[in-house]
Design a protein around this ligand. Structure first.
Ligand SMILES: *[C@@H]1O[C@H](CO)[C@@H](O)[C@H](O)[C@H]1NC(C)=O
Ligand SMILES: *[C@@H]1O[C@H](CO)[C@@H](O)[C@H](O)[C@H]1NC(C)=O
Length: 325
């Protein structure tokens, strides 16, 4: 049981990491093409206070967007917004508190945003945590599942009407979900999403990233079926040197440092595929894709399982108390 539930997910996850590093050793980071100005458009970036989220927010603001950085660290968030605004962009950044581990906080964030009467053209679901020890969210969900996936599930669904209204034919609103190559090692058990049976942080992390990909595909289908001008894509930033790796096992920590120097991408490089997916004209009207290093690639076989997508959707609606649209 322990072998299967704890050791295997761990080995699979690290193997995944090695594969990505080998790829990064032999391939250059994706270079972002020039993007058109986006003056007057509005974006929300979760986890935009640092790392990839910060680089994404900075770039969107430099193109003239009004960027709302949503995060749970108020001081860091205000400092991030200030730093972006000091660069003299045409756009602007502001920080708004959002704790994705609390469904109540998600609802408050959305209601406050709706009250401002702004449009919403881009939503980047970037915030995430990795490999923390077993913990629960305010609402009693396993932390990886609750934060990386379920909080974003509710946020996205509550903002969906606004995204639909802000998108136009030929100029779709765009949702970008940050996934990760670790989803390839993800296993999802609908009857034990909170991993109560036998906890493994590695398994929980991979599962949360797989859930994101399943959702991306399902939501795109709904948007297409309804004729809405909203596209949804999942993005894999590669292995980037950010605080995400603070919770690796200590041996892996020691190995990580020199490896990270040589092979990890910088946060700016990690952000480039997300920015590309959010804004590039090449991606207009393109949804339901998984992008890595600026290219569309196949995600794991299981992520295309439409029965699993529907089951997860239904279950997620139930868990956050949303009516199945
Ligand atoms: C923000 O969220 C992260 C991830 O759950 C957590 O580690 C951190 O302590 C939180 N910060 C605050 C100020 O609550
Ligand atoms: C993003 O993930 C959330 C769940 O975390 C899901 O509700 C939403 O449909 C996904 N959207 C896209 C565009 O991937």
């Amino acid at each position: 049981m322990w072998l299967q539930a704890v050791l295997l997910p761990c080995i699979r996850l690290y193997l995944c990491g090695v594969k990505v590093l080998l790829y990064q050793l032999f391939n250059r980071a994706f270079a972002l093409p020039d993007l058109l100005k986006q003056n007057g458009k509005v974006a929300i970036v979760t986890g935009g206070t640092r790392g990839i989220g910060f680089e994404t927010a900075k770039h969107l603001a430099s193109l003239g967007m009004h960027v709302v950085i949503a995060g749970n660290e108020s001081e860091e968030g205000s400092a991030a917004a200030r730093k972006i605004n000091e660069q003299g962009n045409e756009g602007k950044a502001e920080y708004v508190f959002l704790d994705l581990t609390s469904l109540k906080s998600v609802r408050q964030f959305v209601h406050a945003f709706q009250d401002r009467g702004l449009s919403l053209h881009v939503l980047v679901n970037n915030a995430g945590t990795m490999l923390v020890s077993e913990k629960q969210t305010e609402d009693g969900f396993e932390l990886h599942f609750g934060l990386n996936y379920l909080g974003h599930f509710l946020l996205t669904n509550m903002l969906l009407d606004l995204l639909k209204r802000s998108g136009k034919h030929g100029c779709c609103s765009r949702i970008v979900n940050m996934s990760s190559a670790t989803h390839f090692s993800g296993v999802l058990d609908i009857s034990d999403l909170n991993r109560r049976i036998c906890y493994s942080s590695h398994g929980a992390y991979s599962q949360s990233k797989l859930a994101l990909v399943l959702f991306t595909y399902y939501l795109q289908e709904c948007m297409t079926a309804g004729g809405f001008s909203v596209t949804v894509n999942a993005v894999d930033p590669g292995m980037v040197d950010t605080a995400l790796y603070d919770n690796l096992w200590s041996l892996a920590q020691v190995l990580k440092r020199p490896v990270a120097k040589m092979l990890f991408r910088t946060p700016a490089e990690g952000a480039s595929t997300a920015i590309y997916t959010a804004l590039a004209s090449e991606m207009e009207g393109v949804g339901g894709c998984y992008l890595y290093n600026g290219q569309k690639i196949q995600s794991s076989d299981i992520s295309y399982d439409s029965e699993l997508q529907v089951a997860l959707w239904k279950k997620s609606c139930e868990l956050v108390g949303l009516q199945d649209a």
